[in-house]
Design a protein around this ligand. Structure first.
Ligand code: NDP
Length: 445
């Protein structure tokens, strides 16, 4: 890495001690940026990187609520408004016990480049809480969401900051959050949140968009080598929103998805994952993946362990950060892997990415491959602004066009910087340059 970039990076990391995931995300982006700064020295003169790595605003707040037993519970809420050069801050809310400032900052930092890549007018932000919605009643989730929004509402708005879902935040949570925002502000401001229910301002295809988009991106990568997802043996991690929809799309395109996981274990179903059954267990009953085994013949369930022990030609990590390490990557490569499409954010460790790239595996980083979710959130915002609602087919077509375009721009950028096929480089540079240009134009703010 260029010594000036290295010095900037070290100062950024020293300023955020202990935020390991944020450090990892910053390091990965900086590794790609030396050639950009040789071409655009004006970015260094204007301290674009130093500004980009410091969030515009970080909010941390107490979230008190009462559980079903009448006990008072306290969680911590976060919203990191990272960069608004391209538009209002935009990014999901994550409710998971592992959430802390470093995780929210890594997600918000990644979101800046992802949102830029979509070509939509969106800045980057992220938020969440260490609240765990699993095994909580609907009433508890509602009271938590109402308390969370009672602080968050003053920081967000359709032209300011537009949150959405992420791990642990789906349609139910967005509903409770929107209801409380409406109640406090006395405004039916549809554009303040995305991922809303279809009957009250949501967009068709938004629930499917991240998973579908990841598969479309992966298909585009395979096409560059004259291959297709059809007939591939696919392993998906996770069994949440992104994973289920990635499985559905991959199977619709003729792939065989043989395994998926949750935080307790994984199932192997050589006949192909039954998506309807998986949706019933995970989305309707909010159950555990273990229940899949009991309801289908010739399925094996492995408690604990890693789903990456299952051989695949295409891997779609769709659960969480750093879930696929260097050893797992090496094993997958040895056993015939062709491509990786990251549905989750930063699911592959740095070592795993190096293993994939050195082996010549097609590797689609999350900030490009999973950008279909936020892109369709932008389509939801467009429909809200024009008081319109589009058909499934029309919206899905828009998503497909956006994903092909993101793929092509990442590929073209990598090529123009002398490293064809390096989608990490392409995504980082393409996402960065647009934001940097906007920051230069908007002055020192
Ligand atoms: P969900 O909450 O719907 O599903 C998450 C899945 O991952 C669950 O199966 C969960 O298992 C599993 N999981 C979560 N944490 C862990 C962990 N620490 N170890 C193992 N498994 C884990 O979330 P989403 O599907 O929405 O999000 C998945 C990933 O995709 C995240 O990285 C998210 O940031 C990213 N993403 C999501 C977008 C969206 O539109 N929703 C957009 C872009 C990226 P269990 O059920 O046991 O908790």
């Amino acid at each position: 890495m260029d010594s000036r970039l290295d010095a900037i990076k070290e100062a950024v990391l020293a300023r955020s001690p202990g935020e390991l995931e944020f450090h990892q995300a910053v390091d990965e982006v900086f590794q790609s940026l030396a050639p950009v700064h040789r071409r655009h020295p004006e970015f260094l003169d204007a301290a674009v990187l130093e500004r980009l790595c410091e969030p515009e605003r970080q909010i941390i707040f107490r979230v008190p609520w009462v559980d079903d037993a009448g006990r008072i519970q306290i969680n911590r809420g976060f919203r990191v408004e990272f960069n608004s050069a391209l538009g209002p801050f935009k990014g999901g809310l994550r409710f998971h016990p592992s959430v802390n400032l470093g995780i929210v900052k890594f997600l918000g930092f990644e979101q800046i480049f992802k949102n830029s890549l979509t070509g939509m007018p969106l800045g980057g932000g992220k938020g969440g809480s260490d609240f765990d919605p699993r095994d909580r009643s609907d009433g508890e989730v509602m009271r938590f969401c109402q308390s969370f929004m009672t602080e968050l509402y003053r920081h967000i708005g359709e032209y300011t900051d537009v949150p959405a879902g992420d791990i642990g935040v789906g349609g139910r949570e967005i509903g409770y959050l929107f209801g409380q925002y409406k109640r406090i502000t006395n405004r039916y401001e549809s554009g303040v949140l995305t991922g809303k229910g279809i009957s009250w301002g949501g967009s068709l295809v938004r629930p499917e968009a991240t998973g579908y988009g990841t598969v479309i991106f992966t298909e585009q990568m395979l096409k560059t080598q004259g291959k297709s997802i059809e007939g591939q043996r696919v392993v998906v991690s996770g069994s949440g929103n992104v994973a289920i929809n990635a499985i559905e799309k991959a199977q619709a395109l003729g792939a065989l998805v043989v395994a998926c996981s949750d935080s307790e274990g994984y199932v192997v179903d050589e006949a192909g994952i039954d998506v309807a059954l998986l949706r019933q267990i995970k989305e309707v009953e909010r159950g555990r993946l273990k229940e899949y085994e009991a309801q289908r013949a010739r399925v094996s369930y492995v408690q604990g362990g890693s789903v990456w022990d299952v051989d695949a030609t295409v891997a779609l990590p769709c659960a969480t950060q750093n879930e696929l390490d260097g050893d797992a990557a090496a094993r997958l490569v040895r056993n015939g892997l062709l491509a990786v499409g990251e549905g989750a954010n930063m699911p592959s460790t740095r070592r795993a990415v190096t293993v994939f790239q050195e082996a010549g595996i097609l590797f689609g980083p999350g900030k490009a491959a999973n950008a279909g979710g936020v892109a369709t959130s932008a389509l939801e915002m467009q429909q809200n602004a024009s008081r319109d609602s589009w058909s499934f087919a029309h919206t899905e077509q828009r998503l497909a066009t956006i994903m092909v375009d993101i793929h092509d721009r990442c590929a073209a950028t990598a090529e123009s910087y002398g490293d064809p096929g390096n989608y990490v480089l392409g995504a980082n540079i393409c996402g960065f340059v647009k934001v940097a240009d906007a920051m230069l134009a908007q002055g020192v703010i």
